[in-house]
Ligand binder design. Structure first.
Ligand code: NCC
Length: 277
């Protein structure tokens, strides 16, 4: 029964959500020549076929002491978030990174050293920033949360061979609409977390997705990130992002076992390419 409900939910998500990046054909970006600045390969055509297996690695402190590294690296593609490192944490988080989702703070705040850090090299980068819900691109370009546009353009010129996209705000708000549409309570009108955005991206690119420590395992802890000594339960349960609601929906779509969720913090999801709706 729950599995069926999971299938139905997944099919709803597949119907409502289309992965999309800025392609430079809309104003104000077209007027700025961004159709020539963005990668020639559209995001939807970056890979010829879907990956068979993918891993999404949350940055939660609970992944410490999990020894999941080998299992994570055995996937065809691995997605990580923001400034989460692998160096020094290989046993627990692995060391393979195929794609990295970064919020606009990573591009805008000097402490992240976006231009020099090796975290952001040799991977596919997907950046996002919360545009207004109405997706007014002019307004967004004038006042993003953090200025990602200048650093993006500079990076594209400096490293034109690196696949680097800005996710279209319409995609982010489709995800929000999907979350609200399947939640009883009124959720706050803030964008989904990088975690949920990343899961949706991988559902669009992979046949099967294993998500690690997004739904907390028995290792649940207030330690915010596995790589920082900072404690705050809001990192796991949410404050700004509708984290609790995102996580409930993902748990409803889990095709894995309770055992794996509790012990490995692992949820298994079927990708859009593999689900029969
Ligand atoms: O912390 P953050 O998220 O980079 O984590 C990435 C994703 O992992 C999941 N997560 C993380 C910690 C935890 N204890 N439980 C989790 O489930 C979440 O799904 C999360 O999205 C973000 O979503 O972009 C976020 O980014 C940070 C911060 O901007 C970056 O780390 C860069 O320094 C935000 N924190 C602050 O702005 C202070 C966070 O709110 C959301």
């Amino acid at each position: 029964r729950t599995h069926l409900r999971g299938q139905d939910l997944l099919c709803e998500m597949k119907k409502q959500v289309q992965i999309r990046a800025l392609d430079g054909t809309e104003q104000p970006f077209s007027g700025l020549g961004w159709d020539r600045l963005v990668p020639t390969q559209p995001l939807g055509q970056l890979y010829k076929a879907p990956f068979r297996t993918c891993a999404v690695v949350s940055s939660a402190g609970a992944i410490l002491h999990s020894s999941l590294g080998k299992e994570i690296d055995s996937h065809d593609a691995v997605l990580r978030f923001n400034s989460a490192p692998t160096e020094g944490y290989e046993i627990d988080v692995g060391n393979k990174t195929t794609l990295r989702i970064i919020n606009s703070q990573i591009l805008a705040k000097p402490n992240h050293r976006f231009n020099t850090s090796s975290l952001y090299k040799d991977v596919v980068l997907l950046a996002w920033d919360p545009a207004p819900y109405t997706v007014n691109l002019h307004k967004w370009y004038r006042s993003p949360d953090y200025d990602l546009f200048r650093p993006y353009a500079e990076r594209r010129r400096r490293r034109p061979a690196q696949p680097f996209y800005i996710l279209h705000p319409a995609f982010l708000w489709q995800l929000w609409d999907f979350i609200q549409g399947h939640t009883q309570e009124d959720i706050q009108p803030n964008p989904p977390s990088s975690g949920f955005i990343g899961i949706a991206v991988m559902m669009s690119l992979c046949d099967e997705i294993d998500v690690y420590e997004y739904i907390p395992s028995l290792r649940q802890t207030d330690l915010c990130h596995y790589h920082e000594r900072y404690y705050d339960s809001a990192c796991t349960l949410g404050a700004y992002h509708p984290l609790l609601y995102e996580k409930m929906l993902i748990q409803h779509m889990n095709t894995g076992t309770d055992y794996d969720l509790k012990n490995n913090g692992r949820v298994t999801l079927t990708g859009f390419s593999a689900v029969k709706c």
